[in-house]
Write a protein that binds this ligand. Structure first.
Ligand SMILES: [Zn+2]
Length: 322
């Protein structure tokens, strides 16, 4: 069966490849004469919805809902900083040939506006995964050490995926958007979403049960990623210490020490896999163990990795709050 909404973009997607083949064969450019093969347009491959998701958590959630019923790609490669991401020609091309774009929203994907414009894909259907979610804004004071640019993210704090209940809402939004774009696979999208939501609910129960023993456990981070997680489980992210990239001056250290004392901080969280000498020396000065808390902006592409990483975060929080 052919979905009318999707069909025109499939042609766009196939055209550049065919043009390339013709160019290679004849040694000249024939941009307007590339034939459109009926067989290719109606093959099962060309009927699969092509979905691009902006970064890792959006990729996991979209892939989990899509299963084998749609093709899902990630725009920001895992391990690449999403907050400061600069689009490449490949990013533009991926959006130009996609049917659906899934974004976290809340001002996270600053690169998208220009990139989507440049892609010129008038048929693109957009899913804002945070639609209907009330954003939190600046609940933790930012303690700037040295001359770190004060960065305020438009639209409130974007890290909603770190709260399993808000992640559930994101899954619902993605499911509804995929069904709207591709109603033929409605049942698959519903079943896949339901299975993932069940896991999110179990994760929430486990977090609730284990963290209720440590009410108001207070922590400092270096990445303002955890206000939603903290709010959900009655923890307190009291300050975000922004540190310079090269070295800490005695004044920087003093500012951080003052913040830790002021807020009676119990724990200090850095990022996993980041061996930051500055944070290590700061944790010694503060006499607090530096532990890795994962904002899930990098990691494995497997959708189940969300649960692996969140369970590791739960263990880290428990160890720190004891
Ligand atoms: Zn972040």
């Amino acid at each position: 069966m052919i979905r009318p909404k999707v069909q025109p973009m499939k042609r766009q997607g196939i055209l550049p490849l065919m043009t390339l083949l013709v160019s290679v064969a004849t040694g000249c450019n024939q941009f307007n004469s590339a034939p459109r093969s009926q067989a290719q347009e109606t093959s099962p491959q060309s009927q699969q919805l092509k979905v691009v998701a902006t970064f890792l958590p959006m990729y996991w959630f979209t892939k989990a809902v899509a299963g084998d019923s749609a093709k899902v790609e990630v725009l920001v490669p895992p391990g690449t900083e999403v907050h400061e991401y600069q689009a490449t020609p490949q990013t533009v091309q991926a959006i130009a040939t996609a049917n659906v774009l899934v974004q976290n929203g809340l001002g996270l994907e600053e690169f998208l506006e220009d990139t989507v414009k440049n892609a010129g894909n008038s048929q693109l259907q957009k899913i804002d995964a945070s639609s209907g979610i009330q954003p939190l804004d600046q609940i933790s004071p930012i303690v700037n050490t040295a001359d770190v640019d004060e960065k305020h993210e438009a639209g409130g704090n974007p890290h909603v995926w770190l709260d399993p209940i808000l992640a559930k809402q994101q899954i619902e939004n993605i499911k509804n958007g995929l069904i709207a774009a591709d109603p033929t696979h409605k049942e698959a999208y519903q079943a896949n979403a339901a299975a993932y939501i069940k896991q999110l609910e179990a994760l929430n129960q486990e977090f609730t049960r284990r963290m209720q023993q440590y009410p108001n456990c207070t922590f400092v981070t270096f990445h303002d990623a955890y206000p939603y997680l903290a709010k959900r489980y009655q923890l307190k992210q009291v300050a975000v210490v922004e540190i310079p990239e090269d070295q800490l001056s005695p004044l920087d250290v003093q500012k951080a020490v003052t913040a830790v004392k002021q807020y009676k901080v119990k724990a200090l969280f850095g990022e996993p896999g980041v061996d930051n000498k500055l944070l290590q020396s700061l944790s010694q000065d503060l006499n607090l163990t530096l532990r890795p808390l994962d904002s899930l902006e990098t990691g494995s592409m497997e959708p189940q990795h969300y649960f692996t990483a969140m369970k590791a975060n739960l263990q880290t929080l428990e160890a720190a709050c004891k």
